[in-house]
Design a protein around this ligand. Structure first.
Ligand code: AHR
Length: 350
């Protein structure tokens, strides 16, 4: 680590940021961020800025990509929090949903001798070697959003994110209550699932959580990945609609795939949402999902909170002051059904 000085002023600025709440989501696309190779190393700062730059905590963030509204809000949360005014220099890398790009970014962060590495891993496996390299370089790794599956958990400092298994269970719990309220509890229900990127914690957890709460009268007709993107979600839903003419429920493992599915359903001349033929269950609860619910297209979105910037910052401040943090930190999340959407949309931060 190159630097260990953080002024009282900077801590006060950070505290003020935390007190005013999490980062604000904007529509700036994450894809505009410079890749790791292009990011200027701290050492290249102009001489006049060098003294101040030496006091900044340098954080490399290996981001998944810009595949969804959720991801855009997550990127914005980091870019808003990890600014010079809060005592940080952020080196941001967009991996375009490719693990090999994230591995390259981590190696570049190690070369640049960053103080902390933050990783939102695309998938859970395949991290042992590069995280061992970070450990040997003495750089703490903080996992955010998704988890890694490594043999030695000392390869990372801690993890903060949503409880994906619980999100899946909550989605199935909502469906069970909804069908009961509709007098359909004993009906045979056919479900298809648009899965996220296979092997990503958000996919693994949501699929597993939902499966664990399947009722005896429910049949999972099919599950296929839509890669967490709207276009792929639409494509997969089009193929489901061609194969199955009796779909009652679509479980989309994020809002953007649900938007794609809704487009496919409408294009096929079918209807969805509370008044339609097909029930749409989604995850994330981004603002556009509330708009979709208000428009009558989506039934429910299970929240996955993306505003991890201030949370990771708080972890770093704790570590900087010699404190310890919990190994695993879950964020509180809710379930937002269509009937509450109009009242809630105004208070959504992303
Ligand atoms: O890991 C969180 C998931 O990743 C979100 O549900 C999804 O929108 C994003 O791409």
């Amino acid at each position: 680590m190159k630097r260990k000085v953080l002024s009282v002023l900077l801590s006060a600025a950070l505290a003020a940021t935390l007190m005013t709440g999490c980062g604000q989501a904007t529509s700036e696309p994450a894809a505009e961020a410079a890749p790791a190779e292009e990011a200027a190393p701290a050492e290249e700062a102009a001489p006049a800025e060098e003294a101040a730059a030496d006091e900044l905590i340098v954080v490399g963030y290996a981001q998944v990509g810009a595949e969804s509204d959720w991801r855009t809000a997550n990127t914005e949360s980091f870019k808003t929090e990890f600014v010079e005014a809060n005592g940080y220099k952020l080196i941001f890398d967009d991996a375009q949903q490719k693990q090999e790009n994230q591995i390259k970014a981590i190696r570049s962060f190690i070369q640049q001798e960053v103080d902390y590495i933050v990783l939102a891993p695309v998938v859970e496996t395949g991290w042992d070697t590069v995280l061992q390299e970070a450990k040997e370089a003495g750089i703490p790794v903080i996992l955010s959003d998704r988890m890694v599956d490594v043999a030695d958990d000392s390869l990372y400092e801690c993890w903060v994110g949503g409880n994906f298994v619980k999100e899946g269970e909550d989605a199935a719990g909502w469906l069970s209550e909804y069908l009961t309220a509709q007098g359909r509890a004993d009906e045979e229900i056919n479900i298809v699932t648009l899965q996220g990127t296979i092997g990503a914690s958000a996919q693994v957890g949501r699929t597993e959580g939902f499966a664990s709460k399947m009722a005896d009268t429910w049949t999972m007709l099919d599950m296929q990945t839509g890669e967490f993107t709207q276009s792929k979600g639409q494509e997969v839903m089009e193929s489901f609609l061609k194969q199955y003419d009796d779909i009652d429920v679509v479980v989309a493992e994020n809002d953007n795939m649900a938007f794609g599915a809704i487009d496919a359903i409408k294009a096929a001349g079918k209807t969805c949402g509370p008044e339609g033929d097909i029930i749409i269950i989604s995850f994330d609860a981004v603002k556009a999902a509330f708009e979709s619910m208000i428009a009558g297209d989506m039934n429910v979105s299970v929240e996955c909170n993306p505003l991890h910037g201030p949370r990771v910052s708080e972890i770093i401040q704790t570590l900087e002051s010699g404190g310890t943090v919990d190994k695993v930190m879950y964020v509180d999340e809710g379930v937002f059904p269509a009937e509450t959407a109009a009242d809630t949309i105004g208070s959504r931060a992303y």
